[in-house]
Design a protein around this ligand. Structure first.
Ligand SMILES: Cc1cc2nc3c(=O)[nH]c(=O)nc-3n(C[C@H](O)[C@H](O)[C@H](O)COP(=O)(O)O)c2cc1C
Length: 200
């Protein structure tokens, strides 16, 4: 599928065929594609919790407004990120680069994040969003459907997946085969309203 068509035909699909399943290899291929999403300073702080345990899915659904896609979609991914990756992993992700690049990045990363909890959190959310969209477009490119979700109790889901203290949840993404085609898009704003030329 051409990338334009994948972007145009991606919709937030709510109804999935529970009988349709993706193999472990198919899921991993999608996750590998998602992992190619960009991350600031190449920190790669996103962690993808792929929930395949049906009981855990049922528990997550209970704290996600009962949304059917949580249990019925073939794949459910809780997209999380590590808040202190800038401090813990900065040198690891630049290993192999020339020494002067490693030294520069170490200083730049420290300067960007140290003592700035809002920046640290904002970065995780940016990266989770980019990873989610990359995953959804990768899925669409293979003829699959998806739904981004933040309609759930974040604390409850964190508890259910044993989220470490130094991680946050960005959103969840369901991927599978739709049973009912979504209604045509409504309320899309015009280019003129959304795009600002040079300045507000
Ligand atoms: C961050 C985020 C959270 C969302 N949460 C939910 C959700 O919990 N349940 C749901 O059915 N759709 C959810 N959506 C989907 C939106 O409702 C949907 O993207 C929007 O209505 C536009 O429709 P489209 O994606 O089909 O173009 C979410 C979308 C985003 C970006």
């Amino acid at each position: 599928m051409h990338i334009d068509e994948a972007i145009r035909s991606r919709r937030a699909v709510k109804g999935y065929d529970p009988a349709f399943s993706l193999s472990r290899e198919e899921k991993d291929e999608l996750l590998q594609l998602a992992m190619l999403a960009p991350s600031a300073f190449n920190l790669q702080h996103v962690r993808l919790v792929e929930v395949s345990d049906p009981q855990l899915r049922a528990h997550i659904r209970e704290v996600a407004w009962g949304q059917a896609q949580v249990t019925d979609a073939s794949m459910l991914v809780v997209i999380c990120a590590q808040l202190d990756s800038w401090e813990k992993n900065a040198s690891r992700v630049w290993e192999g680069a020339p020494q002067e690049v490693q030294d520069y990045m170490a200083g730049a990363i420290d300067n960007y994040y140290r003592g700035k909890p809002q920046v640290q959190r904002d970065e995780t959310m940016r990266s989770c969003g980019l990873m989610a969209q990359t995953l959804m477009l990768a899925a669409r490119g293979k003829g699959l459907d998806s739904c981004p979700m933040d309609g759930f109790d974040f604390d409850a889901v964190a508890q259910l997946i044993n989220l470490p203290e130094n991680h946050v949840i960005g959103l969840m993404v369901a991927v599978g085969k739709q049973t009912v085609a979504p209604k045509p898009r409504v309320g899309k704003l015009s280019l003129d309203e959304v795009v600002i030329r040079d300045r507000f």
